[in-house]
Write a protein that binds this ligand. Structure first.
Ligand SMILES: Cc1cc2nc3c(=O)[nH]c(=O)nc-3n(C[C@H](O)[C@H](O)[C@H](O)COP(=O)(O)OP(=O)(O)OC[C@H]3O[C@@H](n4cnc5c(N)ncnc54)[C@H](O)[C@@H]3O)c2cc1C
Length: 458
């Protein structure tokens, strides 16, 4: 056994350090069922243990990769046989829910959905939600600055983080567990670890902002006649229900038809419409909110913005509507399939999507495209099924998505990050000066490039 692995087993205990079959029994990620590769998976239980493992690795020039829930979409947690993986799975405790100050203090390995549930049991609401909730971790959410379905109202993960604790690659613990909304005492160091994909340090604990739980929730799935109706509906909702709009998720007809194929989700309305929007309002006025929501939907009908709508009458019906948006197994089960995440102004989206479809048809005629997005945030996702084993399929598909984006000054990553997967496209969205500063930060925090080496920048 490797000397370092033996040392870590002695320090943390055998059960905390997995090797051999215990490593390969795990899947590489949510997206890749291939056996995981790593010299060992180390599972620290405290910040001090994370610090000690990193210190030993730093002294021995040992590369380290941090694992949260492995739901990330850009291969940022990809490890190989020479890496030590630090999995945050044992650091999964809620330390404090403060219902007066509206803060949550939680360890980084806690799974988002279980945190949401524990917070709800205290009558509070954690305004961070995404389809991977059952597996992704708070640390992964912070490291990727996750977006999700409530960004339109509450912002991305960054907007919710009040404080955090991180361990630097050499084992130094940097604790900034601030609980105040205002704290301008010097540099706001927590920002260095939010959205930097684990390249500068390992997040171990986090303080997040909470909100009071809403007392009303109204949801609708609406069918729209064309793309122009999307911004029309968004503006209609913003000018009527205003800040209570908490989700506004778009599905193109191709996506809706794809996930409601026979044997998958039951379509709650016709599958022939151009676009579908799933929107939701959270409020605090039971006497008024439900009635107002119905009025607003009726007005949208009268204005010709929507052609059909389904309003769930129970939590089970609501969940079934959300499953159409969140569960795309029908699409991703047809391999190879490539997922994209871009952002651009809503005013440019229709033209951009048309450009993408035209270029994809030219470069990869076998491909089938499915489009959806957190459209209120200017965020589009595409799934491209290649329907070919062509070794160049991925490259051609990438070109079809990213090359037209340059004409609209969009970003090659809205919320998934860069990881390894999008590195070659980073320069399309960031200037040489911006990338040089990212490299300087990496060199400062991790001069030996041992932690998540090669993720985002070299
Ligand atoms: C079905 C599905 C739906 C999704 N929907 C959304 C969505 O709506 N919005 C969105 O933004 N993303 C979405 N994602 C992507 C993914 O869930 C998020 O990126 C999530 O935040 C990753 O968390 P994780 O714990 O799985 O991280 P991992 O996948 O384990 O890691 C992601 C990156 O963060 C690093 N990392 C993980 N934990 C830490 C830590 N404690 N400290 C430092 N670095 C760390 C890893 O090294 C890696 O670089 C979705 C994924 C799936 C599978």
């Amino acid at each position: 056994m490797d000397d370092l692995v033996a040392l870590l087993k002695r320090e943390l205990g055998d059960a905390a350090v997995l090797t051999g079959d215990d490593v390969s029994a795990r899947a590489t990620s949510y997206w890749d069922a291939a056996p995981m590769q790593a010299k060992a998976i180390v599972r620290p239980g405290t910040t001090d243990e994370v610090a000690s493992v990193l210190k030993h690795c730093y002294e021995r020039n040992q590369p380290v990769v941090t694992h949260g829930g492995l739901t990330g979409c850009v291969q940022g947690a990809q490890s190989d046989g020479g890496d030590i993986v630090i999995s945050m799975e044992r650091m999964n405790q809620i330390e404090d829910i403060d219902t007066v100050a509206h803060t949550l203090t939680v360890q980084a390995g806690a799974v988002l959905e279980s945190v949401q549930n524990d917070v709800a049991a205290e009558g509070m609401f954690l305004p961070l939600d995404l389809g991977a909730r059952g597996s992704c971790t708070i640390g992964g959410n912070v490291a990727t600055n996750a977006g999700g379905i409530n960004v339109i109202r509450y912002g991305m993960a960054r907007a919710l983080v009040l404080g955090l604790e991180a361990v630097l690659p050499d084992g130094t613990v940097l604790s900034s567990m601030n609980k105040m909304l205002k704290n301008n005492a010097g540099f706001d160091l927590k920002q260095l670890f939010i959205g930097t994909e684990g390249a500068l340090g390992i997040v171990t604990r986090v303080v997040l902002r909470l909100q009071p739980q809403a007392t009303t929730r109204n949801t609708a799935l609406a069918a729209l006649p064309n793309f122009a109706a999307i911004p029309a509906l968004l503006n209609h909702l913003k000018s009527t229900v205003g800040a209570s709009l908490s989700a506004f998720e778009a599905m193109w007809g191709n996506y809706f038809a794809g996930v409601t194929e026979d044997g998958w989700h039951k379509a709650p309305m016709g599958r022939e419409h151009s676009h579908y929007i799933l929107f939701e309002c959270d409020g605090s006025d039971p006497a008024r909110d439900n009635e107002r929501f119905m009025e607003v939907v009726e007005q949208a009908f009268e204005k010709g913005i929507i052609e059909d709508a389904v309003i769930p009458k129970s939590e089970a019906e609501r969940s079934a509507l959300w499953a159409i948006r969140d569960d795309f197994e029908a699409i991703v089960s047809v391999k190879p399939v490539f997922l994209y995440d871009v952002s651009l102004p809503i005013t440019s989206m229709e033209a951009y999507v048309a450009d993408v479809e035209a270029l994809l048809a030219k470069l990869l005629p076998t491909a089938k495209i499915y489009t959806l997005g957190h459209i209120g945030d200017g965020n589009l996702h595409f799934f491209v099924q290649a329907h070919t084993d062509d070794a160049e399929a991925r490259e051609l598909s990438d070109r079809a998505i990213y090359e037209p984006l340059a004409n609209y000054e969009g970003s090659v990553s809205a919320e998934h990050g860069i990881g390894f997967e999008k590195k070659e496209w980073l320069s399309q969205s960031r200037s040489a000066a911006e990338i040089a500063v990212m490299q300087q930060l990496k060199n400062t925090f991790d001069p030996k490039h041992l932690l998540n080496s090669g993720v985002v920048v070299d």
